[in-house]
Design a protein around this ligand. Structure first.
Ligand SMILES: Cc1cc2nc3c(=O)[nH]c(=O)nc-3n(C[C@H](O)[C@H](O)[C@H](O)COP(=O)(O)OP(=O)(O)OC[C@H]3O[C@@H](n4cnc5c(N)ncnc54)[C@H](O)[C@@H]3O)c2cc1C
Length: 382
């Protein structure tokens, strides 16, 4: 039997960032057996658009400084196109990037290194098999038969969270009937740091700039189209992606991928019980069209670390009152992001002339109203 102050299940970016940000001694259990991005040449098909708020948080943790500079692509401006002439663009403010694109494995490695430097005990090949939780703490049995007791269990174990079920927290999932097809391409022309996104009848296609003249795509497409794209050979896929983006970057050459991720909306009405709480994708699944899932999860990590740090001397980390403060603090942001991405996806998936006019004129209208557009951008940049 070992004892931990706070036990975190899941060594993804969110679990590790929470552990690094908190004042309580933390043990992180990660199911996978090795640290990501050991080889400098290793690439990750999963890339994330990190908001300025996330960049600030990772800098405060000492993780941003550990990212290899040559793997970070600043985004100077974002351009969004409708399927009938609608157009919206988010320019940079005071020349600052609107976001940064970084591969997932680089982020996890940098956050893990920062967490270890801050005294967090990170254990790989460790997963929780059973939990008994109360306000006084949790007793967990691990898959290898060993046991750990802690004052609080934090479930940051991703969208299929086992901890969610072990804590008895209900969730509602809705499949979008879509897959996100991701791949990397070399481009004939420089991207100029522009992130582009097309809302089309065939789904939402995002071209995210990577260092050099390269892009990563996320094509959120209905299953039939996604499976068709996944079955194409690299040359045919590159031609399809090039044509769908109006050849704005000239010819494309497929460098890695494609692979597909099923898309689901996951709502978790309650994310806390005495002795246990959820963070990140374990607590909410959002459509990736706004590129906000990880940003939301890292905001969760900051919020829980702050709620724990602000508890009174009489309160324990696992007290429901402490965890509910965090739950209330996050509810508005999570609901708003799930509502916005769900509605946008529905609006652009709808057939017919009226929805088409609505969505395209909506985009152009927003583009002509800089205060409203900037307010929307400010929310996404937190
Ligand atoms: C195609 C696509 C594109 C996206 N693009 C963006 C973007 O541009 N910007 C953005 O902010 N977000 C984006 N997202 C969302 C983002 O991927 C997630 O929100 C983010 O990875 C969630 O991080 P997490 O740490 O909560 O979960 P995960 O990254 O899933 O990490 C969970 C960790 O827990 C481990 N684990 C699982 N089960 C157990 C267990 N039982 N015990 C111990 N460990 C366990 C796993 O091995 C993993 O390391 C995108 C998502 C998709 C599908």
């Amino acid at each position: 039997m070992s004892r931990a102050g706070v036990l975190v299940a899941g060594g993804g970016a969110v679990g590790l960032a929470f552990a690094a940000a908190g004042r309580d001694p933390c043990v992180v259990l990660e199911r996978e057996n090795c640290r990501p991005a050991n080889d400098p040449k290793e690439t990750d098909l999963r890339v994330y658009a990190l908001s300025p708020g996330t960049q600030g948080f990772l800098t405060r943790l000492g993780a941003w400084q550990r990212l290899p500079a040559e793997r970070i692509a600043p985004v100077a401006t974002m351009a969004v196109f409708g399927d009938d002439g609608g157009r919206l663009h988010f320019p940079s403010r005071r020349g600052e990037p609107v976001a940064w694109i970084v591969e997932g494995n680089r982020i996890v490695r940098a956050v893990e290194e920062a967490a270890i430097a801050r005294g967090v005990d990170v254990r790989h090949r460790a997963a929780i098999a059973s939990v008994s939780a109360s306000g006084e703490g949790v007793a967990c049995e691990l898959a290898d038969g060993s046991t750990v007791e802690a004052a609080l269990l934090v479930g940051a174990d991703g969208p299929a969270s086992a901890v969610r079920g072990l804590l008895g927290l209900a969730s509602e999932a809705k499949s979008y009937g879509q897959l996100a097809v991701v791949a990397h391409f070399a481009c004939e022309r420089p991207h100029g740091g522009v992130a582009r996104q097309w809302f089309q009848r065939g789904g939402v296609l995002a071209w995210l700039p990577l260092p050099g003249s390269r892009i990563s795509i996320v094509w959120s497409a209905p299953e039939a189209l996604a499976n068709e794209l996944l079955a194409l050979d690299p040359v045919a896929l590159a031609a399809r992606v090039r044509d769908s983006g109006g050849s704005v970057l000239g010819d494309l050459q497929c460098e890695a991928g494609p692979t597909g991720f099923p898309l689901r909306l996951v709502r978790v009405p309650r994310i806390a019980v005495p002795g246990g709480v959820l963070l990140g994708d374990a607590a909410h699944g959002v459509h990736p069209l706004a590129g906000q899932g990880l940003n939301l999860g890292l905001q969760d990590a900051q919020s829980l670390a702050s709620a724990l740090a602000a508890r009174s001397a009489l309160e324990r980390p696992g007290d429901l009152a402490v965890l509910r403060r965090h739950e209330r603090a996050r509810r508005g942001d999570v609901d708003a992001m799930q509502f916005m991405t769900d509605e946008l996806n529905g609006l652009f998936a709808a057939e017919g002339l009226l929805p088409r006019r609505l969505r395209n004129s909506g985009l152009s209208l927003l583009d002509g109203l800089p205060p409203l557009r900037d307010a929307l951008a400010a929310r996404a940049m937190r």
